[in-house]
Design a protein around this ligand. Structure first.
Ligand SMILES: Nc1nc2c(c(=O)[nH]1)N[C@H]1C(S)=C(S)[C@@H](COP(=O)(O)O)O[C@H]1N2
Ligand SMILES: [Mo]
Length: 433
């Protein structure tokens, strides 16, 4: 497949490129050092009247009152920080995906309005007053819970990433999409508040032959998957809050299943029913989809866990280097098998590696943030990151992955990503072998 520039959100990329030129010039004028201009302030300046030693406009007048923003929204200057889709990828917006703008975010928590969305039948509009969760099948007493019922169970708070198994799926055959938003943006990481599924199943009482669960969505796609009972009793949550507030409609309001470390497809949104059975159901989403077609025509099935993975989010195609001198590389690492032990970063396509500085909480099955501070004098860079998790698993190169899995697959591409940084600071998605 030929390499193509991303066809989604090109406006954002173009405007970044426009001030990239000014940025490099300003940096050069300041001697390329970490001087005033190098921080980007003067590079982006539009109005010298606002700048020191003048008194800026916003210092001269009263600002908006506390009645202006009953529900807070970002500054108008942050209007470019949005989810974006790739238009040619899907036929209709109801069965489609948009991507988290990873290059515009920091830390490990994804803001609620920026979580990527993946729907198979659009966003169900569920009235919480009419919401019910049904438990049936191999249980002592089939039960129906209202939202109020669910909120009287003991609840817990847990931070987990959710990654779609198809994240980076367009990159199996070669570098294609220009932006970590598009190559890696099918991931988000939130603090969920919810009830351990174990408590709900115990309330209904599991029969001795209860071996599998089938959560089912209340959306028009009625999405369903087979989940082994061990996972359901271990750490799954029936969640109703994300980052402290009600789930957003996009994320399954009012209730979704949380399946820590496992592929996003199993995290059923608008959860309406869980059937308990003694064998898997072989639903559409675990037969014709979300299976990994190998070179010999056979498919791997039930590949639930999301393996160790990482990506440099800055610099990246949508976030070029703006100045010479002191610069910061940052990115995210995660593993569905545990915590992140270490992240290595190379600037020369894998010849030399250095250990990145991890900052912020290091939690199991959560995003983990890393940094590398470095000096850039305009040389070409081939940037990569490689994560190692607490089970000792090392993120593979794309070639190592292809040697085992071929190139038929869409799902579970956790290969190492390469960004080519050019002397003018622009960044492109490439592969090295
Ligand atoms: N009911 C229902 N649940 C669903 C889906 C869906 O279409 N309907 N999509 C699944 C897929 S494929 C993924 S990757 C995640 C996406 O979750 P998000 O929209 O919160 O990012 O939800 C999963 N749960
Ligand atoms: Mo997905």
């Amino acid at each position: 497949m030929a390499r193509q520039g991303s066809k989604g959100g090109s406006g954002g990329v173009a405007s970044r490129r426009a001030f990239l030129k000014g940025g490099v010039a300003a940096g050069a004028a300041a001697g390329g050092a970490l001087a005033t201009g190098a921080l980007g302030g003067s590079a982006m300046a539009q109005n010298a009247d606002n700048m020191a030693p003048n008194v800026a406009d916003w210092s001269r007048y009263l600002g908006e009152g506390v009645d202006a923003r009953p529900y807070g929204t970002p500054s108008e200057f942050e209007a470019h920080v949005v989810r974006r889709n790739v238009e040619w990828l899907t036929a209709s917006p109801e069965s489609s995906v948009n991507f988290t703008p990873l290059h515009d975010l920091e830390g490990i928590i994804t803001p609620n309005g920026l979580c990527f969305e993946r729907h198979h039948g659009g966003i169900a509009e569920v009235d919480p007053a009419d919401y019910q969760l049904m438990i049936n099948g191999l249980v002592d007493k089939p039960m129906i819970f209202t939202l109020q019922d669910l909120m009287r169970f003991p609840r817990v708070n847990r931070i987990y990433f959710l990654e779609c198994a198809a994240n980076s799926g367009m990159e199996w055959r070669g570098a294609q999409l220009n932006g970590c938003q598009f190559t890696h943006g099918m991931v988000h990481c939130l603090m969920y508040t919810g009830v351990p599924l174990k408590l709900i199943l115990e309330e209904a009482g599991l029969k001795p032959n209860a071996k599998w669960l089938m959560p089912e969505g209340g959306d028009s796609s009625g999405m369903n998957r087979s989940v082994p009972i061990e996972k359901g009793l271990d750490d799954c949550l029936v969640a109703f809050k994300m980052n402290g507030e009600a789930l957003r409609p996009e994320q399954g309001y009012p209730v979704r299943l949380v399946v820590p470390g496992w592929e996003g497809n199993m995290w059923v949104k608008w959860l309406r029913r869980i059937e308990v059975g003694d064998e898997p159901w072989h639903t559409r989403e675990e037969t014709s989809k979300y299976t990994d077609l190998l070179e010999d025509g056979k498919a791997r099935r039930f590949t639930w866990v999301m393996d160790v993975k990482s990506v440099v989010t800055n610099p990246s195609p949508q976030a070029p280097l703006l100045v010479k001198g002191h610069n910061i590389i940052t990115g995210l690492a995660w593993s569905g098998r545990g915590t992140i032990d270490r992240v290595d970063v190379t600037l020369d396509g894998g010849n030399n590696w250095r250990t990145a500085r991890i900052d912020g909480p290091v939690l199991p099955m959560s995003l983990t943030r890393f940094y590398v501070e470095f000096d850039w004098q305009g040389e070409d860079l081939l940037l990569q990151s490689r994560a190692i998790d607490s089970t000792g698993d090392i993120q593979p190169t794309k070639d190592e992955l292809r040697a085992v899995r071929g190139t038929n697959s869409i799902y579970h591409n956790n290969g190492i990503q390469t960004w080519h940084v050019r002397s003018n600071g622009e960044v492109e998605n490439v592969e090295v072998s």
